[in-house]
Design a protein around this ligand. Structure first.
Ligand code: ADP
Length: 448
């Protein structure tokens, strides 16, 4: 097992990883910026090292300083969390070269599965259903036009290195395709340093359902069921739940077997998520794979009773996976992302000082957060302030518990998404479980 892990991240996920390390008896090193000096992840770690002032590109994303911090503190492993360097194969490679264990996939598996075009190829081979699309990159506008006509409008142009909803554009006609192709390409180039794009059929009003896997180095891979992340705004998830309200045991079994096959074919051995779009007829289509721990992992933890971060650390240290093969969900879990944003003002970021902070409690309530009364939210990073998770015997209890917990949650000094969640979870459309990725848009337009 590892002796000391450096956490190359911040905020709630850094704290979550520190908690797992404590339980495993592993020492922790927090890296942080001057802007994050007073974050809880810094206070809870055994050691902390300042790696910059504020902006992420000169601190949390700066590979040489993160590695220097690992060397100074004599850490033997790095946990990247999510975002920042988590899906950077170059970073994973350098860690390997420096004899530091990277808690994630090998650089090779990350490249094979993290690149959306490559992942599509591999998953198609193992038999996962795909939306019609280009089987490789589309290099020029003429090819894009030809391909779009062949697939049939609407189509979506996506960056092969994409993430966070960037580098994606929808086109409904030849005219909008030219524009969409150019903007997707330049956005992808600017955001990911890789302008490669591909085309896929655009599904109207789909659901987003993803499967959690974990694999060890000895060929064992287990699927821990699904999460439904259909409630999104601008392709960013806001509410996640497990199990999915539309899931059937047959579909779960069929897709689980295929995602396990895909991960094994790629030589994958860590936690990972395979994302799908689902149409009204409950057809599942592979969308992409995320080769890291996800923000929304707690809902899976609540319905399986498995600590995903501890398992991820154990398999990275070379332990064989002890989890058994089947995990029907126990009850129902929901997560609401409490962002420092103003829902009444187009979800505008609301940095500033949290003047009071009172967390909900009671049965079936979990809060993952780095915030507290007096915490100053820096303007440099994402706006996630807390994750509120509830677990109930069934979906109805999980929803009622969430409404009760949201009501108890007091955050003052900054605007948050709590009022949005309170209203959204009260809607019949949410209770019925019948909604699609346009839920937030309809909600904002008072059309629900
Ligand atoms: P990213 O990696 O940037 O998060 P994804 O490929 O995961 O991008 O897609 C994010 C979201 O975009 C999906 O959850 C879905 O709402 C929407 N989306 C992506 N591809 C399609 C598609 N082919 N049809 C309809 N919606 C799509």
């Amino acid at each position: 097992m590892f002796r000391k892990i450096l956490i190359a991240n911040r905020g709630e996920i850094a704290l979550r990883i520190i908690r797992a390390c404590r339980e495993l008896g592993i020492k922790t090193v927090a890296v942080h910026t001057e802007a994050d000096n007073n974050s809880l992840h810094v206070r809870y770690a055994d050691e902390d090292i300042c790696i910059g002032r504020g902006p992420a590109n000169t601190s949390y994303l700066n590979i040489p300083v993160v590695l220097s911090a690992a060397e100074i503190s004599d850490a033997d492993a790095i946990h990247p969390g999510y975002g920042f360097l988590a899906e950077n194969a170059h970073f994973a490679e350098i860690c390997e070269a420096c004899k530091l264990a990277f808690i994630g996939p090998t650089p090779g598996a990350m490249r094979r599965l993290g690149d959306k075009i490559e992942a599509r190829r591999l998953m198609k081979e193992v038999g996962l259903p795909m939306l019609p699309g280009s089987d490789g990159p589309v290099d020029n506008e003429d090819d894009a036009l030809r391909m779009a006509r062949q697939i049939g409008y609407p189509v979506i142009i996506k960056a092969s290195a994409g993430g966070g909803g960037r580098g994606m554009r929808v086109a409904h006609t030849d005219v909008s395709l030219s524009n969409a192709w150019l903007t997707a390409k330049s956005e992808a180039g600017a955001a990911f340093g890789n302008a490669q794009v591909y085309l896929e059929k655009y599904l109207e009003e789909p659901r987003h359902v993803e499967f959690q896997i974990i694999a060890d180095r000895y060929g064992k891979c287990v699927c821990l069921g699904e999460r439904d992340c259909t409630v999104q705004r601008k392709h960013q998830k806001l509410i996640e739940e497990s199990p999915s309200p539309i899931m059937t045991p047959e579909i779960r079994e069929r897709i689980s077997a295929l995602v396990v096959k895909g991960a094994q074919a790629a030589g994958y051995h860590t936690t990972g998520t395979v994302e799908f779009l689902v149409d009204k007829q409950l057809n599942f289509y592979f969308m992409e794979m995320n080769t890291r721990i996800q923000v929304e992992h707690p809902v899976t933890e609540m319905v399986t009773g498995i600590d995903l971060i501890k398992e991820q650390i154990k398999v990275a240290a070379g332990e064989p996976l002890k989890i058994s093969g089947t995990h029907p969900p126990q009850g129902h879990a929901i997560e609401c992302r409490i962002n420092a944003e103003d829902p009444a003002n187009g979800f505008m970021p609301s940095p500033g000082t949290v003047t009071s902070f009172h967390m909900p409690g009671g049965p079936g309530v979990r809060v993952d957060t780095h915030a507290y009364a007096g915490y100053k939210i820096p303007p440099y990073y994402d706006s996630l302030l807390a994750k509120l998770i509830t677990h109930g015997a069934d979906r109805d209890e999980a929803i009622k518990r969430m409404l009760r917990a949201l009501d108890e949650f007091v955050v003052e000094g900054v605007k948050t998404t709590i009022p949005f969640h309170l209203q959204a979870l009260s809607k019949n459309a949410f209770h019925s479980g019948k909604f699609s990725t346009n839920f937030v848009e309809l909600f904002m337009d008072n059309r629900l």
